[in-house]
Design a protein around this ligand. Structure first.
Ligand code: SAM
Length: 288
């Protein structure tokens, strides 16, 4: 059954180069603005709660953002031996920051988003994602993450989480060898980077490029976690993790199992399962 959607009653994100679109029935548009960096829209939807859209791409909804925010933070933090200093590039909605601060061993979490308006709108329309912003360990900075990392001192961080928009516009430089080299230098020994790496079904070419750029930047071992994320293209998403100086460690399963993180998706078993990579993925990564 094909239906024509009334644009006044539906928000649709169309992925031009993939021939697919994703739509959510809307109740009303709550806000829109052109920030100095991007066009930001907020909608009330019929079944997914509040929705944030940046430059026409869905960022998050009330209903399913937990999947992404939990999987962008807990796997890498339980893989690092003892993460204390965390940098989040992007993440302006503050959902990833909230998950990072659930780890009592984290002593400082710096969030660097280029667009302050994203955070100010998140404070208004997604207040529950911002409820850890007052944590004394949290620092919110508004700057270009590329410049921030370039200027960071060697060995400044244990974990860098790149929770950015897609590799276009201001985020394009966050998927390059030059940026990864600065990340490599600013990580301490045993440090990890993790980056949202788009859809395994639709974007294997991009994931392949990320692997090559990370390898060229000096990261020796790279792994991709995959997980569901309904509002993102294909509903199947990924995060690619790399270790600064050695094989990606076995994650601290006992710590993950006994931690009382009050998550809705992440568990030690989910973590283990997310690391399982299907044959097509391996073939696409390593084909010449
Ligand atoms: N989960 C979303 C996704 O996968 O598309 C990302 C959410 S978060 C809102 C993305 C953030 O990246 C935005 O707030 C945007 O301002 C930020 N961003 C884009 N380019 C950036 C850059 N060069 N430095 C820092 N933040 C950047």
């Amino acid at each position: 059954m094909s239906l024509t959607l009334d644009p006044k009653a539906w928000f649709s994100e169309s992925l031009m180069d993939t021939g697919i679109a994703f739509s959510l029935k809307t109740v009303k548009k709550l806000h829109e603005e052109q920030s100095p960096f991007q066009f930001i829209e907020i909608y009330e939807t019929e079944t997914f709660g509040t929705l944030m859209v940046i430059d026409g791409a869905i960022m998050l909804s009330d209903r399913d953002n937990f999947l992404y925010h939990e999987m962008m933070s807990h796997p890498v933090l339980f893989t690092h031996a003892n993460p204390k200093r965390v940098l989040i590039i992007g993440g302006g909605d503050c959902g990833t920051l909230r998950e990072v601060l659930k780890h009592p061993g984290v002593e400082k979490a710096q969030q660097v988003d280029i667009d302050e308006r994203v955070t100010r709108l998140a404070e208004k329309y997604f207040p529950e994602l911002c409820d850890a912003n007052g944590d004394p360990r949290a620092e919110l900075h508004f700057a270009d993450g590329i410049k921030w990392v370039k200027e960071a001192a060697d060995g400044s961080y244990d974990v860098i989480i790149i929770d950015s928009t897609d590799p276009v516009g201001p985020a394009e430089g966050l998927f390059t060898k030059a940026f990864y080299k600065d990340c490599f230098r600013s990580l301490a020994a045993g440090g990890y980077i993790v980056q949202q790496s788009e859809s395994p079904l639709l974007h294997m070419h991009l994931i392949r490029d990320i692997y090559h750029a990370l390898d060229d930047a000096g990261f020796r071992d790279i792994a991709t976690l995959n997980f569901p994320q309904c509002v993102y293209p294909s509903g199947w998403w990924s995060a690619t993790m790399a270790c600064k100086d050695g094989p990606i460690a076995k994650f601290r399963r006992e710590d993950a199992a006994k931690a009382d993180l009050k998550t809705h998706y992440y568990t030690a078993d989910i973590h283990q399962g997310a690391l399982a990579i299907p044959p097509f993925f391996k073939q696409a990564l390593y084909k010449d």
